[in-house]
Design a protein around this ligand. Structure first.
Ligand code: FAD
Ligand code: FES
Length: 511
């Protein structure tokens, strides 16, 4: 191992990391007073340059999807990443020069005392993978079975509607959620199988191949299934939905440049798919119930800017309409709208929402939307927890279910700790991102009400930050091109935040 001199202490700011090169390694220096820590410079999630993130209240926050790490140890605090930062030795000599070693230190797993209980995680999506990574990081060494019905599960499904449909990433190259070394090192029994029945009373799981598994502690993380509306012709060939890698591969076989596709649904999935399929060269018709998409979540001005962005890129927009029927002989050929307009198409993609995948769970009362009702610890029965799109949990005196990638991971991590014996309660400010035509929109919080929106910048220029406020209180923040301010706010919003303090924080956090 060789040490290199890379900086002087007084050159290093404290509100962000500084990227340096140490031999062949890209390293991030983080200064706190006279102490300096050195970590890998690219985020272990999707490779964001961490120097563009923020250091705030003892955490380093990633600029892209707001993963967070402890500044003093590099330990993972918040996903999407599922691994700690690699750490390098630092030596500060008397002339205040900072020396850094060119090889990372080992990050050993400290084994827990042997736990005789049988652990099972069902579902290898966002929540399941985060739970398994946490169980492993906490030292659970054996007795863990991880079940999923997909052939190659545990991949980043958020890439499907952004890069895969655009033709920028083959379905087989969607990034895995855990590195190959994880599978080599972790003593996890992976089972490709569909769960047909789960009996919480007997703590028993029945698989489609007839196998029966007993568990002491299990996590349900089976996500959700796309909903196919009950309209005539919805079962015609050429009609698709999008949830899995296999769904995306099937759609891509027919989605050739020049084809006409109707996307039914103006939610995030429909809008992302419209953007991706335009990039791929299809003619896109977007049919949405609302005059302004996403108005309920983002407000009218931002929703209108989203619609304008799609129209500028050639999407043909049918606002305020619903599809009444699909028509065709052996293949879908037309969409009939509720105003009797007919659109000639080659393909149809439904983006009309999802239902929690809970049909196999016996004996538990479900919420109105079909989700499992958890308590604050995400427990749904003795020895049984739930995380991700499948679960409703108490929040501000009511029950809420959130369909966000990072929330599913946060729930998976917390449920895993509780499976091991902790007593943690789930409470986070949700974070969500979406991506159209190379613009990322970020959303913090889940505003149920607001009576004013304060803008810095212009949504119509796709460079803005907007505070959705109820009186003086910030309920949610939406932004484009403000990654550092959003990184700071992702931490600060965990506590109540006033409009004036939010504006001050934004001013103090230059991009
Ligand atoms: C195309 C797409 C793009 C998205 N983009 C974004 C985004 O940009 N940002 C964002 O915040 N959110 C996004 N989301 C939402 C996000 O992906 C979900 O909220 C998240 O995946 C929920 O995680 P989960 O673990 O609950 O479910 P999933 O990730 O769906 O995982 C569930 C797993 O359970 C398995 N399973 C289901 N039933 C069974 C069974 N009976 N037996 C065995 N295995 C079973 C499934 O095969 C699957 O692997 C997107 C969703 C989709 C579909
Ligand atoms: S790249 Fe850092 S959180 Fe996604």
């Amino acid at each position: 191992m060789t040490f290199y001199v890379v900086a002087r202490l007084d050159q290093l700011p404290e509100d962000r990391g500084t990227r340096v090169q140490v031999g062949t390694e890209a390293v991030l220096l983080i200064r706190t007073g006279n102490q300096v820590q050195a970590y890998q410079a690219d985020c272990p999630h999707a490779g964001a340059p961490l120097e563009q993130g923020a250091v705030y209240q003892g955490q380093l926050i990633c600029p892209w999807h707001k993963g967070a790490f402890a500044c003093d140890s590099g330990q993972l605090c918040e996903p999407p990443p599922l691994a700690n930062l690699k750490r390098y030795r630092v030596d500060i000599r008397h002339d205040d020069r900072v020396w850094v070693a060119d090889q990372p230190m080992a990050d050993p797993v400290v084994p827990r005392p042997a736990d005789p209980r049988r652990f099972v995680v069902i579902g290898a999506g966002a929540a399941g993978a985060a739970a398994v990574a946490t169980l492993r990081a906490e030292g659970l060494g054996n007795n863990l079975t991880w079940i999923d019905k997909e052939v190659q599960p545990a991949y980043d499904r958020t890439a499907l509607s952004k890069y895969v449909l655009a033709g920028e990433m083959p379905p087989s190259e969607v990034p895995p959620l855990l590195e190959p070394e994880f599978y080599r090192e972790a003593d996890v029994q992976l089972l490709q199988a569909e769960v047909l029945r789960l009996d919480p009373g007997r703590r028993q799981i029945l698989l489609a191949d007839g196998q029966c598994l007993d568990y002491d502690a299990a996590l349900l993380a089976t996500g959700a299934e796309p909903r196919l509306p009950a309209i005539e012709g919805a079962d015609l060939p050429g009609v698709f939905m999008l949830r899995s890698r296999a769904d995306a591969a099937r759609l891509l076989e027919q989605a050739r440049p020049g084809k006409r596709v109707a996307i039914i649904g103006d939610s995030f999935i429909g809008l992302e798919a419209a953007s991706a399929l335009r990039k791929r060269g299809l003619m896109v018709h977007l049919i949405g119930r609302h005059q302004v998409p996403l108005q309920r979540q983002l407000g009218e001005r931002i929703g209108s800017a989203v619609r304008a962005l799609h129209e500028q890129h050639g999407v043909i927009y049918y606002a305020g309409c619903e599809a009444r029927a699909l028509v065709g002989e052996g293949q879908v050929q037309q969409v009939v709208l509720d105003n009797d307009q007919r659109i000639a198409v080659d393909l149809v993609l439904f983006g009309t929402g999802v239902s929690p995948a809970t049909t196999f769970v016996e004996g538990l009362e479900l919420a109105e939307d079909g989700s499992l009702k958890a308590d604050a610890s995400l427990a749904v029965a003795d020895g049984l927890w739930a995380a991700g799109d499948i679960v409703s949990y108490p929040c501000d005196g009511r029950s809420q279910r959130i369909e966000h990638w990072r929330v599913a991971q946060q729930q998976g991590r917390l449920a895993a700790c509780n499976m091991l014996g902790e007593q943690l309660s789930f409470s986070v400010v949700p974070f969500f991102w979406t991506y159209f035509y190379d613009q990322t929109f970020e959303v913090l919080g889940h505003a149920r009400r607001w009576n004013q929106i304060v803008f810095e910048g212009e949504p119509e220029q796709y460079r803005f930050i907007a505070l959705l406020c109820f009186n003086e209180q910030v309920e949610s923040v939406v932004a484009c091109e403000y990654p550092r301010a959003m990184a700071v706010l992702s931490q600060r919003m965990q506590r109540p935040l006033s409009r004036s303090e939010a504006l001050e924080l934004i001013q103090r956090t230059p991009e």
